[in-house]
Write a protein that binds this ligand. Structure first.
Ligand code: ZN
Length: 433
């Protein structure tokens, strides 16, 4: 079997607290990590390797996990900015989606996003959008790992003009796309303000039958809090709990406007929660109570949200801003530290998405690896690799990427996709928007 050995690297295992080997090596065989250690590898192991990579003093980390995005919306990047969520969605995004989102749009938009994510060190994504078959096809071609979730709303949507069939449409997707590791299928109900209680419950039931993940935006804005409270008499998370949809296979997204009782509800249900700091900042939705969520032991991941509300898919930037925002919001520099954010963006996100053998640098785990160069001024000197990754590194520092042992990036060049073709098609499609 093909065995790759990477030498001359700092190894960062994003446990809490993190484990760091300042100078070491790692070997993987097939799709799994085989061994790792400090210094130079034993002569016998080095001799057996079929591929040898000199890490040149870089940092070897697990691939990052973008636990919430809408990949195809990369084609809407920069289309409408500096607006509140409600106006941005209802006057710009929803109408544009109704006008131009086709299977072709989703395929090429998702490919553009996959290229951006892989090149900036993200190896796993959770996507939620329409025409999700096309997103899945793009993810497969790119080589990424992920959960692709068919979008559901209670109004005519791309690929589902009659909303009375929205959940059936998602079930067809689940049936067709089941069991294509490293890609998995799920359902994404947009929110409790675009989906009725019946729609949400039907979609969650379908996920239970298929043992699939269920995603939903929840408690994102103050307007959502007010509307849900007046329509149903309960706050957003109380409403979802009463629909009996909170469990370990439900992934909530945002969680900005949460009461203490709602945080307790999330914690006791085992549901996961994805924090999307930059999107919440850009749409001025608010600041998720991350220190309190961490304190309750809630399963947390980090997401960029769609490229139209961020406007990039660089998780290094997301980690940096997440840690810093909570320091200034609480006027406490210890509020959220670098190891916690790194854990959310790796092991935390992987577990949230059900990839139990992803996200740790340990023998037997999936070889989803990224090599980050440290030979540029902003990466020197290197006292604390974890701090450097969160507070100084950028997606552009990623030199090599492997997913399940397959190399997708070498020396900053994407191997799995024809970038010129992807860029040309994206540019062409943007002309029609
Ligand atoms: Zn979203």
């Amino acid at each position: 079997m093909e065995t790759t050995i990477i030498t001359n690297v700092a190894l960062v295992n994003p446990t809490l607290p993190p484990e760091v080997i300042e100078g070491g090596w790692l070997a993987f065989s097939g799709e799994r990590i085989q061994a790792l250690g400090p210094g130079t590898p034993p002569a016998e192991r080095a001799r057996q390797a079929t591929t040898r990579v000199d890490g040149r003093g870089g940092i070897l980390l697990l691939g990052l996990v973008n636990a919430h995005t809408h990949a195809a919306m990369s084609l809407f990047r920069g289309l409408a900015d500096d607006l509140p969520l409600k106006e941005w969605l209802e006057q710009h995004i929803f109408p544009a989606e109704a006008r131009v989102v086709t299977e072709e749009f989703v395929y090429w938009g998702s490919l553009l996003a996959c290229a951006e994510m892989i090149l900036s060190g993200t190896t796993t994504m959770a996507d939620g959008y329409f025409h999700e078959d096309s997103a899945l096809e793009a993810a497969r071609r790119s080589g990424m790992r992920g959960v692709l979730a068919q979008g559901v709303v209670d109004f005519p949507a791309p690929g589902c003009p009659d909303p009375s069939f929205n959940v059936e449409n998602a079930i067809v997707f689940l049936n067709r796309c089941w069991g294509e590791e490293p890609l998995r299928a799920g359902i994404f109900c947009h929110s409790a303000y675009t989906c009725s209680p019946e729609t949400i419950q039907k979609a969650k039931e379908a996920c239970r039958v298929h043992d699939a993940l269920f995603f939903i935006h929840a408690a994102e804005t103050e307007v959502e809090l007010q509307e849900t409270s007046s329509r149903y008499g309960f706050r957003p998370l109380e409403h979802l709990a009463r629909l009996d949809i909170l469990d370990e296979k439900t992934v909530l997204v945002h969680g900005v406007w949460l009461s203490d009782e709602e945080m307790d509800l999330v914690a006791s249900s085992g549901a996961g929660l994805v924090i999307c700091t930059e999107s919440n900042m850009k749409l001025a939705s608010g600041i998720a109570p991350l220190p309190e969520l961490l304190g309750r032991g809630i399963r947390l991941g980090l997401g960029t949200d769609g490229p139209a509300s961020n406007n990039d898919l660089d998780l290094f930037g997301e980690m940096d801003l997440t840690a810093k925002l909570h320091k200034v919001a609480s006027m406490d520099p210890t509020a959220v530290d670098a190891p916690s954010v790194l854990h959310m963006a790796t092991r935390g996100g992987a577990r949230l998405l059900g990839f139990e053998d992803v996200g740790l640098l340990e023998p037997g785990f999936q070889a989803d690896l990224i090599l980050i160069g440290t030979r540029r001024p902003h990466m020197q000197p290197l006292y604390h690799p974890v701090s450097q990754l969160v507070y100084a590194a950028r997606g552009a520092d990623v030199e090599s990427v492997w997913v399940a042992g397959r190399q997708l990036v070498r020396d900053g060049q994407l191997l799995s996709l024809d970038m010129q073709e992807v860029m040309a098609r994206a540019t062409e499609l943007a002309k029609g928007i």
